[in-house]
Unconditional design. Structure first.
Length: 294
């Protein structure tokens, strides 16, 4: 028989994962929020009975797996409060979904519950979209307890995602990687949209114009890797193009110049390490980027 589950926090992550678990045959016993109406709405989305809705975290104690789907800075205090208010069994597993924190953030002196962190490598902008994209999504599983790790792998497999383990002390580095790949990609695209705006292109046109380029670049990386999938003027050693970019940005978008310079230097290094740009050309590109920044 599958273990019972309680969800504390009814944001996008927790509800999307619980909907997947419910469909996989897990019983969602409690869905807890400070706002009962939100808890009821979450039950409706997940598909469990609305009688599971509650406002008291302590009522989660009857479940064998307790999911703490709350903001990062609330995980530790909530876990401590829960373990202070009720006595959790050694067979209870506390789970959080932070990409940054290890499971140990839920540690409490008198607690005996198993601790586990799960982090889907997925941007949760909308719970319905996330619910669909959880299928085959890589999901980091972390714990110092082998039994908790095994539970985590079963949960991830149950939602049709792909588990992989991460060392506890590497969670911040891992999360930084996720932030660069996801959040900073959006920021970079916003920068590109700003430049297109200055070319006279309206906001509503910029995304349709850029997305095919972005998707093709991702396809190249998927098929060829970063070193061979890289395209553009730097990997071609086109010094004149890089110099023209710097001049145009200096004049018309100086706020974006540092981004171009930093990423340009990193791209030159990547190109050189891939054996696609010789040392002399790499040095010239780096000089153009640095000289024009003064």
């Amino acid at each position: 028989m599958k273990p019972t589950i309680a969800l504390i926090g009814v944001g996008r992550v927790g509800t999307a994962i619980c909907k997947r678990l419910h469909l996989a045959g897990y019983s969602i016993e409690k869905v807890i929020s400070r706002d009962r109406d939100r808890a009821i709405a979450a039950c409706n989305f997940i598909g469990c009975a609305t009688s599971a809705a509650d406002i008291k975290p302590a009522t989660a104690a009857t479940a064998q797996i307790i999911l703490l789907a709350v903001p990062d800075d609330q995980i530790g205090p909530l876990a401590q409060q829960l373990q202070t208010d009720v006595e959790l069994s050694t067979q209870t597993t506390l789970v959080h979904f932070s990409g940054l924190h290890s499971a140990a953030i839920m540690q409490h002196n008198k607690a005996e519950a198993m601790l586990l962190s799960l982090h889907p490598l997925l941007p949760f902008a909308d719970n319905q979209i996330a619910f669909k994209k959880l299928v085959q999504c890589p999901c980091a599983v972390e714990s110092n307890n082998p039994s908790a790790l095994a539970t985590g792998e079963r949960l991830v497999t149950a939602i049709d995602a792909i588990p992989f383990t991460i060392a506890s002390n590497k969670k911040p580095l891992y999360h930084a990687a996720a932030c660069i790949a996801s959040n900073y990609l959006v920021t970079l695209l916003d920068s590109a949209q700003q430049l297109l705006n200055q070319c006279g292109i309206e906001d509503k046109q910029t995304t349709p114009l850029l997305l095919p380029l972005v998707k093709a670049s991702l396809d190249n990386m998927q098929q060829l890797g970063t070193e061979q999938g890289l395209t553009g003027p730097i990997v071609r050693g086109d010094l004149g193009t890089v110099a023209n970019h710097i001049e145009a940005l200096s004049k018309d978008a100086p706020q974006l110049l540092p981004i171009y310079q930093i990423l340009g230097e990193m791209t030159a290094t990547l190109s050189h390490n891939a054996g696609r740009l010789n040392t002399a050309t790499t040095t010239k590109i780096e000089q153009i980027l640095k000289t024009k920044s003064q």
